[in-house]
Design a protein around this ligand. Sequence first.
Ligand SMILES: NC(=O)C1=CN([C@@H]2O[C@H](COP(=O)(O)OP(=O)(O)OC[C@H]3O[C@@H](n4cnc5c(N)ncnc54)[C@H](O)[C@@H]3O)[C@@H](O)[C@H]2O)C=CC1
Ligand SMILES: O=C(O)C(=O)Cc1ccc(O)cc1
Length: 361
Amino acid sequence: MRTAAVVGTGLIGTSAALALTGRGFSVYLEDADPDAARTAASLGAGTTDLPEGPVDLAIVAVPPALVGKVLADCQRRGLARWYTDVASVKSGPRADIASLGCDTTHYIGGHPMAGREVSGPLGARADLFEGRPWVLTPTPDTDTDTLNAALELVALCGAMPIVMDASAHDRAVALVSHTPQLLSSLVAARLEHADETAIRLSGQGVRDVTRIAASNPALWVDILSANAGVVADILEEVAADLGETVTALRAMEAADETERRSGAAGIEAVMRRGNTGQSRIPGKHGAPPTRYETVAVVLGDQPGELGRLFGEVGALGVNIEDVAIEHSSGQQVGFVQLSVAPAAVRRLIGALREQGWSVRD
Ligand SMILES: NC(=O)C1=CN([C@@H]2O[C@H](COP(=O)(O)OP(=O)(O)OC[C@H]3O[C@@H](n4cnc5c(N)ncnc54)[C@H](O)[C@@H]3O)[C@@H](O)[C@H]2O)C=CC1
Ligand SMILES: O=C(O)C(=O)Cc1ccc(O)cc1
């Protein structure tokens, strides 16, 4: 494959296009909003000039409810030899594709399990999909060359292909993507009318839990309407857990000590179940979860400090696995939390302190 088309040059379409142009592909960019296609082109994601003949692979990267219609239109125009999409749900688009009479031998459903809470081409990143799962949902109709083209796309984006049935995919994402999205939004919604003094105390925990609450509501209405029943089933289970948690908290305030103990046991059980669930989430590149330790460095809020810190950590031969930056409100300092392998922690703290950095215990 050498040529591709991306139809829908928002966050996901433009990220895929950037990954492909980075690998020497010619990519044709198209969007219902010409500004979005022009912006993607200006970022180096490809060109808005129509290709002379069919491209190898067309990636349909529009909201789920539009995938069928856009695919039908692309196939009618003979835009590509093979087609895929990136929608977050798979059964609904598949039903639309069948009812519109699309060619299903040259189309394969796809879903990169990576995204961001921002929309549009300006949020796109060439490395967005690196090390992430990318689900492909072939059917008995799917031609082998179509599957191979999609596998090549996944490899070019640095992602890991996972072949699944569309309905199994939709059940899985209800649990690992759609329910977390709603719970994040619900936690953030509690802040809507909260006191400014309370909001100012926000630390990393609330930021982690609410990051995806900044997502695009219209897109999520579209995603959830195609998976509403499964997500509602999971939320009913969460609601039962919430009910038990409230009962346990009330018991912790009781006059009777036995009741207080039973409340504390209930809360401890919730925390332990959470520990177990969280520890099952795979680490980078699908490797078993690795426990990293955090080294917190106090940083002056001035240009170049972060680069200097990273440079010194690199010179010590320590790999930074993840990084979080927390700004201290009202102060000209920030805390940089470096996640590193546990074996490197003592040496790193010692060396950074020797070089004059303030490292929190
Ligand atoms: N946002 C995320 O984190 C993820 C989104 N997805 C899926 O990727 C798809 C695109 O989502 P985003 O890139 O986030 O949305 P986006 O809103 O950034 O981009 C969607 C683009 O589609 C264009 N569009 C709408 N109707 C069109 C049409 N008829 N023809 C051509 N273009 C049209 C819009 O103008 C917009 O530029 C969705 O199906 C979504 O479910 C998949 C993984 C992650
Ligand atoms: O922002 C994140 O971390 C996400 O995981 C976003 C995301 C949103 C929708 C998807 O279909 C897949 C991934």
